[in-house]
Design a protein around this ligand. Sequence first.
Ligand code: G1P
Length: 266
Amino acid sequence: MVRKAIIPAGGYGTRSLPITKALPKEMFPLGLKPAIHYIVEEAVHSGIEQLLIVISSLKHSILDYFDHPLELEAFLKSKNKEYLLERLELPKIDIFFMLQPSAKGLGDAIRIGKGFVGNEPFGVLLPDDFIISNENPALKQLIDEYKKTNSTVIGLKQVKQEQLKNYGVIQGSNKTNLIEIENIVEKPKSDPPSDMAVIGRYIFTPEIFQYLEGLKEGVNGEIQLTDAIKGLLEKQPVYGKIISGDRYDIGILKEYIELMKIMSNE
Ligand code: G1P
């Protein structure tokens, strides 16, 4: 059973500067809720019971958002504005927070979650990848495959050739609707091994931590989760599953605006 998940939210959000100096991209509004509210909901709807959000000291607003605002509730009651209390409802799940001391990369953020995860499989949801699916939530789609394989399963999407340089890109062979991953390259500058890119949903076996430990800096001088996956797939089967749904990258202004329109009509 996959009960736990990590949301790494410690990065600087450099693609969205200058607003991210003061407002984390995870807190960008979609309608009247911040993006991360929906990511947490996705985890809940996928059956996750405990969530770790890895933040940096610049991201206190995320912690504030998931806090229980007793004073504000009392204020609304005293002003006969009880009808607004439902707006303060949060997804029903235990949320833990840990600090990532410096933005060393995605692999570093996940490594920080080792104590939280312990020795069980777990999910990862990258909060700038927003996926709207008419079927099961994106993470649940991967959990269903994990149940069949007991192996690491990574969310994939076919991406245009010129965009592959922005993603982890896999090489693999088809096994029914799953792809057995044979190799993975982070942000290939040239000759991407396929047009299948990793989008930010993963289910990992706990062995991934062995490969995150002591990992050297990779592409862009960051500790790359992709490099740990590369180590893992030499020892265990690692599968890829094309996620059904529309994916939006909150760090790309055009996609964020499109998403904002969709979510404002909810
Ligand atoms: C991260 C991962 C990359 C993946 C991408 C999906 O990159 O390192 O493998 O394809 O997320 O959004 P980032 O976008 O954080 O640079």
